[in-house]
Design a protein around this ligand. Structure first.
Ligand code: PPE
Length: 307
């Protein structure tokens, strides 16, 4: 079903408009140059109703991304938090949702020098099932090292979840899928593993968890969650530069992201990783992640915003 042709409502610049009417002019600045910022977060069904996972942190990152791009969001974070809650509620997504807020420059002017641009904000939400499909949750994904490097820190801004950054992700993903893999592993410009096209990377070797430092990878909120859970389990976590061959010889590998959740990796560049399926520590962290987002761990109640 086309994303345009759905029932429901979209929050657009402070009010709800029917889904099918949430249209924007073709001369919208961000459509031409990619200068915009967005978020992606999920709401899950819990015993006490539907709850958005780490809403405040996602909204905070949206504002930080906008700050990096020198974009002034004409709303406060409380307003956008409320709007996201209302978006889930008004679309009756009580079984769970993926929420997509985005800030973009309008069609008030065109050209790189346009200086009269307004910042517009939309929030959409819909039911987005498993990002990689159900079966890979235990079987694991196949990754391929990309010929496209992750952004250099001085080319685009890696700390910003910026629309334009995703051209790089899409080039890498298209290449990987056309070679029969499920996702791409992007290396940084110095050749160290950075992340997948839309998810952070973790590897496990001899019971120690490693994840690339955040020089060119997105500061993922799921990544932070997994580090917290690993610490609670007394699993050692080391953030450092990782080479692709460290991944080849890892015992376990998994990806994290709001959309991707916690997804095991079974292969990189046709080399089997570990036993070629979800490993035991990955399974523990994945199970704890799903328990957490479904409100089954009351130690982290403040990470859940009930609808
Ligand atoms: N790296 C990248 C490049 C990325 O896009 C994401 C999220 C992450 C890491 C993980 O970040 P976090 O969600 O805070 O744990 N990718 C979003 C978009 C995916 C899409 O296909 O669109 C997401 O997961 O919502």
């Amino acid at each position: 079903m086309s994303m345009e042709d759905r029932e429901g409502v979209i929050w657009y610049d402070g009010e709800f408009v029917p889904w099918k009417d949430a249209k924007t002019h073709v001369l919208t600045h961000t459509l031409h140059y990619g200068m915009g910022v967005f978020e992606g977060l999920r709401a899950y069904k819990t015993e006490h109703g539907c709850a958005i996972f780490r809403l405040q942190e996602h909204t905070k990152r949206l504002f930080l991304s906008a700050h990096i791009l020198n974009m002034k969001i004409p709303y406060g974070s409380d307003e956008l938090n409320t709007a996201q809650i209302e978006t889930v509620k008004n679309n009756k997504l009580f079984e769970g949702a993926y929420i997509r807020p985005m800030c973009f420059f309008g069609a008030e002017g065109l050209g790189l020098r346009a200086d009269n641009l307004k910042v517009h904000v939309i929030i959409a939400a819909w039911n987005w099932g498993k990002y990689f499909g159900e079966e890979v949750q235990s079987l694991g994904l196949r990754l391929k090292t990309s010929s496209f490097s992750r952004h250099h820190v001085n080319v685009t801004m890696c700390k910003a979840k910026a629309n334009g950054n995703y051209m790089n992700s899409m080039l890498a993903l298209q290449e990987a899928t056309s070679c029969g893999a499920d996702d791409a592993l992007l290396l940084d410009t110095e050749g160290y593993a950075a992340e997948a096209s839309g998810a952070n990377l973790f590897i496990i070797r001899d019971d120690i968890i490693y994840t690339p430092d955040l020089t060119s990878a997105l500061d993922g909120i799921t990544r932070r969650t997994i580090i917290e859970l690993a610490n609670k389990n007394n699993f050692k976590v080391i953030e450092k530069r990782l080479t692709r061959d460290e991944i080849y010889i890892a015992d376990e590998v998994f990806l994290t992201g709001s959309a991707a959740e916690v997804t095991p990796v079974r292969e990189l560049d046709s080399r089997q990783i570990g036993k070629g399926k979800r490993g035991p520590m990955t399974e523990i962290l994945q199970t704890q992640y799903f328990d957490l987002v479904h409100g089954k761990n009351n130690q982290y109640d403040d990470w859940l915003t009930y609808i």
